[in-house]
Design a protein around this ligand. Sequence first.
Ligand code: NAP
Length: 500
Amino acid sequence: MVTALAESFVPLVAGHVGQLRAAGLLQEDLFIDGHWAPAADGARLEVRDPASGEAIANIASATADDVRRAVVAAERARHGWWRLPATERAEVLMRWYDLIKEDQEQLAVLLTIEEGKPLAEARGEVAYSAAFVRFYAEEARRGYGEVIPGNRSSRRLFALRQPVGVVAAITPWNFPALMIARKVAPALAAGCGVVLKPASEAPLSGLALAELGNRAGLPAGIFNVVHGDPVVVGAVLTGDETVRMLTFTGSTEVGKLLMSQCAGTVKRLALELGGNSPFIVFDDADLGAAVQGAIDSKFRNAGQTCVCANRILVQSGAHDAFVERFANAVSQLKVGHGLDADVAIGPLIEESAVAKVERHLDDATAKGAQVLSGGQRHELGGTFFEPTILVGATSGMELARGETFGPVAPFFRFDTEEEALALANSTSSGLAAYFYTRDLGRAFRVGEGLEFGVVGANTGVISYEGAPFGGMKESGFGREGSHHGLEEFLEVKYLCVDGI
Ligand code: NAP
């Protein structure tokens, strides 16, 4: 159902689409070997504004042959790219950064109309994506090797760092620019060729980044974008022996499938998979800061982030006061179209996402949780959902075991630090965790005890391009950001030179 309010944005969105097209920032074809081209069989997929349900673009849907052409182009291009001095690769990447910054407002609008997040968040995502490109432009100069003290006087020993080869990147819809920038920029900085498959729900930001990369002077074939049926595209990217690495961000379920598909050609893998973040508030926390942190962490992108607080654990002494303050803050959050300046929460990406939220709520209330506020589809209709607070959540509920991926804040009560840690760690996921305390000893004990790859103490927002981001357990392996993010794309080669 398209709502009256969402419909009132349709002409505005259409105007933006026209401007983006005229600026060359709304591309709909495949980008292979430096050229835009339709799919070999002419097939197309519709992309919709999730807020209104209106079609905004018709992207090409690649055939298996299209994907193979992209792999061949990346393999051919990577040899020249890798042999460029690192400083020259760095300069091209820095030009790409400049062009993203120049067009950042238009890119943010594009992101909001394809994904639904509020424009302020979209601006933040574009700026953060650009920051990754700049960071890896700088890091391109630092793919250091080693000189190894030898075992014979006739020998010199080295550990060289060399690009892994052609990299396939598969990315999700919830951060349609960021997830691409933080894979493609380090892969290119390392000297690899890339074939990207962005998500079908939100492919347009990735295409705009490719257009700007082309304008920045990336050589033809070094960065290719192919979208379409994920099974068709994924089969080539995971099965082709020329592709030497898969870097994937998405659900744990699809990550496991792709991992098994890559076994046949023993590809290197980096997997950024689903999360189930605990957000722990101890009695001694600064409650005002903790409420703000929980709001930021929970409701960003309408709760559709891999690092969002999925379970809010509050110690008994602070529980009721915290819930009251949190509820006050939630009552101020406006739901609506992301292009509306006051909006804090946009729509969910599609109907199946709403259905999942409802399933988690039904299960939780059937098992004894109470809805304190929200709990329904929003009166705006479509895929809008009310920000929801649940109290009395327990570990036997579905929402404790997996990501709800929606604007639902379930509260769990605990008494001791040991209990909080056990509850927080009782998940197969291990991506992000947060806790609030003013006790320094507890900060170290809990920080070290949480089995998660990314931990925030006294903050709900921790991402930074200079820090390593990634999961433990079934949230995957590999790191993005920092020098670790570059190393994912570099092989270590031992070179022994004798006869000296
Ligand atoms: P998804 O369904 O796993 O899809 C992710 C990507 O995989 C999309 O491009 C999708 O293509 C593709 N895909 C799906 N099935 C495939 C197959 N059989 N073969 C090859 N590719 C396939 O995840 P999503 O719904 O887009 O994103 C949400 C998930 O991503 C959540 O679990 C979230 O926690 C996780 N995530 C993790 C991180 C992190 O850093 N750890 C960051 C963001 C999101 P189509 O779009 O064409 O279906």
